[in-house]
Design a protein around this ligand. Structure first.
Ligand code: FHN
Length: 733
């Protein structure tokens, strides 16, 4: 359905600037503005002197490419179904570094509205700009200095291997000429296909073109909820299912027209979006372009700014921490930290809090050393230029990457738990390269590398690969003789070449389903160093070379303190880790008459911010019998559901429960709290466990949704088995 606002038709509907379908022509561009708002006019006058314009070399490159009809370099193969997830993610893991671009109408006010200057891409909501007032930015959209080749060249020069640009942000304005709406660039004085030009410019430089697409849409009449302050904007007739069809139609347009390597969804946290809709959108993307990567924000489980989808049911190809770098990375999964250069995503003319190039480069190194990708944002100006501070930083990052890109692109996470002087990235093969990124250069010329047992075949500065560095050792570890001065103040890279896999003395990691058990539990001890053994004790004694080695999972059948350490050539070479395990007595069954299948759930209208202990006095609005606890279909806001009944237990065991909810939830078994997931939070999962004897056991689940996302799902598992939903076969009331 083509979007039409349900209030007076948008000023752009009869906009005389509506032109024939966008073409890739380069036209004489005039700065034709239509009756700008007073603030807008003054804001634009303030930004009339634009800091960056394409330099001559860039222009000649662009003309050269155009003249020779350079065909876009191949990106990932999006149409062929990859044989596995590793194949789909291969180029992305190799890339490690990308450019994020937040660009749209919000660049016109540039963060300023009336007396305030701290807005960004959220300005329509944050400044409470009515729709019809915000619409008037559309005829003023005319980025006459937009130069896709210049943008792509700056990304390439900075060592960025992919670019993610906002095809649509939360304001709903489309940076492409959509057949589904007039709220797009096709209806502005700017008559070019921005995404097409940028996609071509990227591909001509071997950069993968990608798009960010917001699920949340503050413009489409069918999108709900409205902004909380938009009380005068009618909701009658709004149909979110119809909006979902509109969303699918536009995602199909973007994918089929521009073949993005990544579809980067966002704005997934409001109550109308749920797991089922997320799965449908994810499946649409897989159908349209099997090789295309989709982030985890297509679903509702990113878990807030930490960006980690802990829920078992979550879909998406990578996790998305935002404005933060996970302390120890996100082990075993693909993840990308997206961060701004200053403090805004969209252009803000007053934001002078720019991160230093050193901080940006060290963020890149830190992220790569933890096995993640760095998506670094630029918020272009309304005229199509980059802020000069961004241009400067991209160029300076490029200088570092020119010399050291080999230590970032195609690397994997450090083999060390930590290093005193900086970070490590790795390239494995018959010869393994350890790239030591030295932030704190040793004044005495002795770089000590603790915890490495390997013999180093060769050591050198990445900046001077032909000059071998002497390697020795002392009680603290390996010692590399380095020059007295670092070659790069931000980070100097020292390369250690090792035959085969590195022997690293890492502290073992204990992995186990639960610290308590009924009959026994399997404990996995892993120090992630194949040539280094793990020895352990179960009597609380110091593990040593004479303790038993862990040749597989250790079976614990009695309460004990397990202690473990790494051992190499008869010597303990790591710290000791320990875990206490407890054999528990199962709760006895409750004596109740046999009951019917299912649980009773009572619905309440409440305004909780947490689950009250005393709920006895509540009067339910509704009561029904259900077979499982969630997922829910549009339960609404300011509601609470309380499930009660019995679990049918056939085998004496320790049972694990995974409770996913947005907002708070709690699980009791026989009156004991097993999972306390209370409070106001996004869709996240929390686990608990309880030992149960055969028979019936009382179960109660309380959940509430204040506003926003409304997720609930309870799953359970026996030892060694996958989580699955409860079913009517195991519930009674
Ligand atoms: O609300 C958006 C925000 O404007 C920006 O796009 C960031 C970048 O990932 N994502 C959302 C906030 O999590």
């Amino acid at each position: 359905m083509r979007e039409r606002r349900n209030s007076k038709p948008p000023c752009t509907k009869r906009n005389p600037l509506r032109r024939p379908p966008l073409r890739r022509e380069v036209t004489a561009r005039t700065l034709g503005f239509v009756a700008p708002l007073p603030e807008l006019l003054s804001a634009m006058r303030q930004t009339s002197t634009f800091a960056f314009s394409p330099s001559l070399p860039l222009l000649s490159l662009a003309l050269g490419l155009a003249a020779c009809g350079a065909t876009p370099a191949p990106g990932p193969n999006l149409t062929a179904p990859p044989s596995n997830q590793d194949q789909r993610m291969e180029w992305w893991r190799e890339a490690r570094f990308g450019m994020f671009l937040h660009w749209g109408l919000y660049a016109i006010p540039a963060g300023k509205w009336r007396a305030e200057t701290n807005y960004g891409e959220w300005i329509r909501d944050s400044a409470r700009i009515p729709l019809e007032v915000y619409d008037e930015f559309q005829p003023n959209w005319n980025p006459v200095q937009f130069d896709a080749n210049a943008w792509a060249q700056m990304a390439a020069d900075a060592g960025m291997k992919y670019v993610v640009i906002t095809s649509k942000h939360h304001d709903g304005f489309c940076l492409f000429d959509s057949k589904a709406t007039t709220w797009d660039v096709g209806n502005t004085p700017h008559r070019r296909d921005i995404l097409r030009e940028l996609a071509d410019a990227c591909r001509q430089r071997g950069i993968v073109f990608c798009t960010y697409h917001s699920i949340m849409d503050w413009h489409h009449p069918d999108y709900l909820p409205r902004r909380p302050w938009e009380t005068d904007r009618p909701t009658a007739g709004a149909n979110f299912d119809r909006f979902e069809r509109y969303l699918h139609e536009q995602v199909t347009e973007v994918v089929q027209r521009y073949q993005p390597g990544v579809m980067w969804f966002d704005g997934e946290w409001e109550s109308t979006w749920n797991h089922e809709r997320g799965v449908r959108l994810f499946n649409l993307c897989r159908t349209l372009a099997p090789g295309m990567i989709v982030n985890n924000r297509v679903d509702v489980h990113r878990g807030g700014m930490g960006g980690f989808s802990a829920a078992n049911e979550a879909v998406g190809d990578f996790h998305t921490p935002e404005q933060e770098i996970p302390a120890t990375g996100l082990a075993g999964v693909d993840w990308e930290s997206c961060m701004t250069m200053n403090t805004h995503w969209g252009f803000n003319a007053a934001d002078g809090k720019w991160k230093s190039t050193a901080e940006l480069v060290r963020n890149l190194i830190d992220i790569a050393s933890k096995g993640g990708n760095y998506l670094l944002n630029v918020g272009p100006r309304a005229d199509g230029t980059f802020p000069k501070e961004a241009v400067e930083r991209l160029a300076q990052i490029g200088t570092w990457m020119q010399q050291n890109g080999e230590a970032i692109h195609g690397t994997t996470a450090s083999v060390f738990d930590s290093l005193p002087f900086g970070r490590c990235t790795v390239k494995s093969g018959t010869t393994t390269k350890l790239y030591l990124h030295v932030f704190d250069w040793p004044a005495d010329g002795k770089l000590t590398v603790p915890g490495l047992g390997s013999t180093v075949a060769r050591a050198y500065l990445l900046a001077a690969p032909d000059t071998a560095l002497a390697v020795g050792s002392n009680e603290a570890g390996l010692v590399v003789a380095v020059p007295n001065a670092a070659t790069d103040a931000i980070a100097t890279v020292v390369v250690l070449e090792i035959e085969g896999a590195p022997v690293v003395f890492r502290t073992p990691v204990i992995t186990v389903e639960s610290d308590s058990f009924v009959s026994g539990v399997d404990v996995v001890l892993n120090n992630r160093s194949p040539d280094v053994a793990v020895h352990y004790s179960l009597d609380g004694s110091e593990p040593s070379a004479t303790s038993p080695p862990a040749s597989g999972p250790v079976r614990v059948t009695n309460s004990c303190v397990l202690r473990a350490a790494s051992v190499w050539r008869g010597t303990r070479v790591s710290a000791v880790v320990e875990r206490t395990f407890t054999k528990v007595v199962p709760l006895p069954p409750v004596k109740v008459p046999a009951r019917k299948e299912g649980l009773v759930v009572e619905h309440f209208a409440v305004d909780w911010q947490s689950i009250p202990d005393d709920r006895a006095g509540l009067i339910p609005k509704n009561r029904e019998v259900v077979g499982s606890v969630g997922p829910l279909k549009n339960p609404g806001e300011h509601v609470a559901f309380v499930y009660r009944g019995y679990l049918v237990i056939s085998q004496e065991e320790l049972y694990r429960f995974a409770l996913t909810s947005d907002d708070g939830s709690k699980l009791w078994i026989d009156g004991q709290v097993v999972v306390d997931h209370d409070g106001l939070h996004g869709a996240m999962t929390k686990q608990g466990a309880v030992a149960l004897a055969p028979g019936l056991h009382a179960i109660e689940v309380a959940w509430f949704n204040r506003t926003g996302g409304a997720e609930l799902n309870l799953q359970w598992a026996m030892p060694g088995q996958a989580f699955e939903p409860l079913s009517a076969a195991v519930t009674r009331h």
